[in-house]
Design a binder for this molecule. Structure first.
Ligand code: HH2
Length: 261
């Protein structure tokens, strides 16, 4: 999954693709590099980010989603607002990626009324304050229990399991130790029987471990994503698709090597 930001303030590439034409061009570059899904977002969820009104978010993402879906691309919309979900699905988005796991009133119904897929992500607290004092009894058990509850809420609302993806939400209300525990034990989320997505690209945990600035975390991100794949992650949300594709080509060749040859 390649990341297409239309926000002026994303934590990693804020403003670079804020006009629709450059966002669309960037999306096509990601496709050429091997992305299967393009994740289009119009509201940054970085720690401390300001909320964006729905009409402004729609104004940012709709031209990009319409253009990409119109050309047959598989598009995901990264939003937590039911109004934006509906507009994006009408414009051809095939997936909703929601960092609040459809907890906003009306979000379950907005997705249930479509046949789109949905990514349910765990976040403790709100972006404005989530990194102040994240706390868990046991982070892996707590996140797994939350995601299991959201899978059940989706099924009860008429969104079948085959449409669902789950995500521990690296960096969303988590300390470095919480993030590492979730990555190390990602196989416990895989046990829920729903494909797991990992989004570690350029995140602060990579900076904490390497001392690198946001734009220099590419190698660290590839390593972190491979650690996720090794534990069963099936989707990776990344900025640098080419680097991840190369890493996966090697990974998959080793995994698929038959013994005895
Ligand atoms: N991380 C960000 C945004 N959306 N969605 C999922 N499912 N998983 C994630 O880990 C995730 C996400 C990060 O926030 P943002 O500030 O928008 O930065 P960017 O989109 O450049 O990654």
């Amino acid at each position: 999954m390649g990341i297409v930001n239309t926000t002026p303030d994303s934590f990693s590439d804020g403003g670079r693709w804020a006009d629709p034409q450059s966002a669309i061009r960037h999306a096509f570059t990601l496709l050429e590099e091997g992305a299967d899904i393009l994740d289009v977002g119009g509201e940054s969820t970085r720690p401390g980010a300001a909320a964006v009104p729905a009409d402004e978010e729609i104004r940012r993402v709709l031209p990009v989603i319409g253009a990409l879906a119109g050309r047959g691309c598989v598009v995901s919309v990264d939003t937590r607002k039911p109004e934006v979900m509906r507009a994006a699905l009408d414009a051809g988005a095939a997936m909703v990626n929601d960092v609040t796991a459809l907890r906003t009133p009306g979000a379950l119904a907005a997705v249930a009324a479509s046949d789109a897929a949905v990514c349910l992500m765990h976040m403790q607290g709100e972006p404005q304050s989530m990194q102040q004092a994240p706390r868990y009894a046991d982070v892996v058990t707590d996140v797994k229990g939350f995601l299991q509850g959201r899978v059940q809420a989706c099924e009860a609302a008429g969104i079948g399991r085959e449409r669902l993806v789950i995500d521990p939400g690296f960096g969303f209300g988590k300390t470095l130790q919480h993030n590492l525990a979730l990555l190390k034990h990602l196989d416990r989320l895989v046990e829920l029987g729903v494909p797991v997505l990992a989004g570690l690209s350029r995140k602060s945990m990579l900076g904490a471990l390497t001392g690198r600035a946001v734009e220099q975390r590419e190698f660290a991100g590839v390593a972190a994503h491979l650690a996720a794949v090794a534990r069963g992650a099936r989707l990776l949300r990344v900025h640098n698709v080419a680097a991840m594709r190369d890493a996966l080509a090697i990974w998959n060749a080793v995994e698929e090597q038959q013994d005895g040859t």
